[in-house]
Design a protein around this ligand. Structure first.
Ligand code: PLP
Length: 469
C-alpha cells in the first residue's frame, strides 16, 4: 500500500467508524446471523494475487459488519459493557499506526513511563493508597493468573517455577462460590488444581463470603496438612454483583500470612465515585487488585489495571532474562514484561491518557452515576409491574428479575424473545439454582430514554404487554 492509498483508506476507515457509531441506535443489538453463515461466505483459500481495497472494504461492510454484535450500542445491557469511548478509539488509531511492541523500557520508553503514570492516576482516581504499584495487563484473567502465580511462588519459597509442583505440598486457595470463572482457570493454569480451590458458599442473602467460614476452612486445611497459599475476594461478581467484605477477608488472610487478591473487574470503574467505595471498604489492605477500564470506564478493549502492594513478589515470580532481553546499563528501570505473563505488550496506556484527560474524572463519574440511576429507575418500574419478580436488587447498575412463576425453560424463552426483538440485548444467570434475567446499564452511548425502550422490550419479551400494560 503506497502512501496515498494509506491516507485514503485511513480516512475512509475513520469516517466509517464515526458513521457506524451514528447508526447503531437504529440497529438490532445482537447479530442476526446463523452459525456458519459467514464462514461459508469466505473462500476456503487465500488469494494468490492481491485484491482491490475497494472490494475488500465493501465486503467488510456487507459481510462482516452485519455479523457483528454491537457492543457500543446504547442498549447493550448484556454481560458487562466493553466501552470504547470515541476518544479512546482515536488514541488506538495512533497506537496501531505506531505499532510498537512495548515489552521493555528501551523498546518504547514513552509507553513504559506513561503506563507508570496512568496506573498512578487510576489508583488516585479510585482512592487507593499511593503505596500500590501497578501494571496494565491485557485482561482481568491475566491479572488474576499473575496474582495466583505470586501466591504459589511466595508460598513455595520461589521453588515452584524451578522444580514443578509434583513434590510440593498441596496448596489451597480460598474464595466464595460467586467468583468469575477466570479464577478457576488461573488455578488450573498455575497447576494448583481445581480441587484445591476452596469455594466457600456465599451467604444467600448478601452474596458475601462469610469470613468465619474462611477462617474455619483455613484452619481445617492446616490441620489436614495442606498449605494455604492465598485468598481471592470479589467485588461486583458477574452474576448478580455480589461483593465480599474485603476488610474482613484481608484481616483473615493476613492473620495467616496469606496474600489476598481482589477481583473488581467490573465494579472497580465505579470506585472513581467516592459514594460507591463502601462496596470495597478495606481494599487498601489487599495485596493485589484488578479492575478493567475496558469494561465500564471507556478505555477500549483491552485494558486491565492491576495494582500490587509489593511488585517485588510479582517480578520475582515472572521475570526471566535471557541475554536477548537484558538491558545492560539500565538496571532499576521498569520492564513491564516482567510484570505479566505474555512477553509482548501493546501500548495500552495511551488510550487511558486520552480518555482521562478528555472526559476528566468528573465526566466519567457523571456517566457512571447516570447508569446507576437509570438502572435503579428501570428496577423500580419493573418492581411495580404486576407479573414481574425482582430477584436481586441493584448493585450499582446491575439487577436481576424474571416473570413471576417462570420455570427455567420459560426464562430462556423470555430472554430469547427479548433479544430476538433486537431493541435491547441482555443475558441470563443463575440465582439459587434458578435462571433469572440479568440487566446492567453501562453503555457509554446510553441515554435516559433508552430505559423506556428497555422497559417496553422487556415487557413484550415477558409476554406481559397485552395483559398488564
Ligand atoms: N472478573 C469478573 C468479575 C468479570 O465479570 C470478568 C468478565 O466479565 C472477568 C473477571 C474476566 O475479565 P477479562 O475478560 O478481562 O479477563
Amino acid at each position: 500500500m503506497d502512501k496515498l492509498d494509506f491516507e485514503t483508506w485511513s480516512r475512509r476507515a475513520a469516517l466509517w467508524g464515526v458513521q457506524y457509531r451514528d447508526r447503531l441506535a437504529d440497529r438490532p443489538v445482537r447479530a442476526r446471523t446463523s452459525p456458519g453463515e459467514i464462514y461459508r461466505a469466505i473462500p476456503p483459500k487465500p488469494p494468490e494475487t492481491g485484491e482491490e481495497m475497494e472490494r475488500i472494504f465493501e465486503e467488510f461492510e456487507t459481510l462482516i459488519e452485519p455479523g457483528m454484535t454491537h457492543w457500543q450500542h446504547p442498549r447493550f445491557f448484556a454481560y458487562f459493557p466493553s466501552n470504547a469511548a470515541p476518544v479512546s478509539v482515536v488514541a488506538e488509531y495512533l497506537v496501531t499506526a505506531m505499532a510498537a511492541q512495548c515489552m521493555l523500557w528501551q523498546t518504547s520508553p514513552a509507553a513504559t513511563e506513561l503506563e507508570t503514570r496512568m496506573v498512578e492516576w487510576l489508583g488516585a482516581a479510585l482512592g487507593l493508597p499511593e503505596t500500590f504499584s501497578g501494571v496494565i495487563q491485557d485482561s482481568a484473567s491475566s491479572a488474576t493468573l499473575a496474582a495466583v502465580l505470586m501466591m504459589r511462588e511466595r508460598t513455595l519459597d520461589w521453588q515452584g517455577n524451578r522444580a514443578g509442583l509434583s513434590q510440593m505440598p498441596r496448596l489451597r486457595i480460598y474464595c466464595s462460590d460467586q467468583v468469575h470463572s477466570s479464577i478457576d482457570r488461573a488455578i488450573w493454569i498455575a497447576g494448583i488444581g481445581q480441587d484445591n480451590l476452596v469455594k466457600i458458599p456465599a451467604d444467600p442473602l448478601s452474596g458475601t463470603l462469610p469470613p468465619e467460614q474462611l477462617e474455619a476452612a483455613i484452619r481445617a486445611d492446616i490441620a489436614a496438612g495442606h498449605t494455604p497459599a492465598g485468598v481471592i475476594g470479589c467485588v461486583g461478581a458477574t452474576g448478580t454483583g455480589a461483593s465480599d467484605d474485603i476488610a474482613k477477608l484481608v484481616e483473615v488472610a493476613h492473620a495467616h500470612d496469606l496474600l489476598i487478591h481482589v477481583d473488581a473487574a467490573w465494579a472497580g470503574s465505579a470506585m472513581i465515585c467516592p459514594e460507591f467505595r463502601d462496596l470495597w471498604a478495606g481494599v487498601e489492605g489487599a495485596d493485589s487488585v484488578v479492575f478493567n477500564p475496558h469494561k465500564w470506564l471507556g478505555a477500549s478493549f483491552d485494558c486491565s489495571a492491576h495494582f500490587i502492594r509489593d511488585p517485588e513478589i510479582l517480578v520475582r515470580t515472572l521475570a526471566i532474562q535471557p541475554e536477548y532481553l537484558k538491558t545492560h546499563g539500565q538496571d532499576g528501570i521498569i520492564n513491564y514484561s516482567e510484570w505479566s505473563v505474555p512477553l509482548g505488550r501493546r501500548f495500552r496506556a495511551l488510550k487511558l491518557w486520552f480518555l482521562l484527560r478528555f472526559h476528566g474524572l468528573e465526566g466519567l463519574r457523571s456517566m457512571i452515576r447516570d447508569h446507576v440511576r437509570w438502572a435503579g429507575d428501570l428496577h423500580d418500574r419493573l418492581a411495580a409491574t404486576p407479573g414481574v419478580e425482582i430477584v436481586t436488587a441493584p448493585v450499582l447498575s446491575l439487577f436481576s428479575f424474571r416473570r413471576e412463576g417462570a420455570l427455567d425453560a420459560d426464562t430462556i424463552a423470555h430472554v430469547t424473545a427479548i433479544n430476538d426483538d433486537g431493541r435491547i440485548y441482555l443475558t441470563q444467570t443463575r440465582v439459587d439454582g434458578r435462571l433469572v434475567i440479568r440487566f446492567q446499564a453501562g453503555s457509554h452511548a446510553m441515554r435516559e430514554a433508552d430505559i423506556d425502550i428497555a422497559y417496553a422490550a422487556i415487557l413484550d419479551g415477558l409476554g406481559l404487554k397485552a395483559e398488564e400494560r
